[in-house]
Design a protein around this ligand. Structure first.
Ligand code: DX5
Ligand code: ZN
Length: 221
């Protein structure tokens, strides 16, 4: 099975020591840093915006994937691009014209990713898949870290990843929400190749071990 990557969501980091915590996650094996941006409208919580991401720019040697859980993401894409995002992830549910948002992300020099909530079908992703570098399946309703994994996402990932191989496409198939060494094997088995985790990394007593277990979730031993 192809190697699995892990993106560490800073939502569960200690914001008083954000740089140190982020560097620790990377030293422990995180391949990306996941930025959960929440506006209190699209989701019922407020987290942080582009200035916080910009504060880490140039100080961390892995790409940033910025997950925009905001109403009207198009308006803020230039800000998140300037802040140092390599990938900008938008919710299908937040935009009227996904193709236009994908184009805007590329025009701003970033790689586009499309996110679907637990209630949205994987079919929604298909018309855009050839233009995407990254698709993200939410396995919790977005808004908070520390929620329980919703297993209904597994068959969606399985159907989509099978279709992706049939189409000879290649992209990150990511999953976000309640991912841990315990829940990782079933999503990797279904075809996910990028795991996003906040609690299982930043609240783990052994960050390195936790990341190692998630990256090797596809290896049977
Ligand atoms: C949820 C966020 C997730 C969240 C994951 O709205 O998009 O990235 O931080 O947190 P855990 O890993 O604790 O479920
Ligand atoms: Zn996220």
């Amino acid at each position: 099975m192809a190697p699995v990557k892990v993106s560490a969501s800073i939502l569960s980091a200690d914001f008083a020591h954000l740089l140190e915590d982020s560097q620790k996650a990377v030293a422990a094996g995180a391949d990306m840093l996941h930025m959960d941006v929440m506006d209190g409208h699209f989701v019922p919580n407020i987290s942080f915006g582009a200035p916080v991401i910009a504060g880490l720019k140039g100080k961390i040697n892995v790409p940033f994937d910025s997950h925009l859980m905001i109403t009207d993401p198009n308006k803020y894409i230039p800000d998140f691009a300037k802040a140092g995002s390599a990938y900008i992830l938008f919710h299908e549910e937040a935009v009227a014209d996904a193709a236009a948002t994908i184009k805007l992300i590329r025009e701003n020099g970033c790689k586009p990713g499309m996110v679907i909530n637990p209630g949205t079908s994987e079919e929604t992703l298909k018309p855009f898949a050839k233009d995407l570098e990254y698709v993200l399946f939410m396995s919790v309703w977005p808004g908070f870290s520390g929620q329980s994994f919703i297993p209904d996402v597994v068959p969606k990932i399985a159907k989509f990843s099978k279709w992706v191989s049939q189409q000879n496409l290649s992209m990150y198939i990511a999953v976000d929400g309640g991912i841990s060494p315990k829940t990782a094997p079933q999503v990797v088995e279904a075809g996910a190749n990028l795991l996003i985790a906040a609690t299982a990394i930043f609240k783990s007593p052994d960050m390195k071990e936790s990341i190692h277990l998630m990256k090797n979730a596809g290896t049977k031993n």
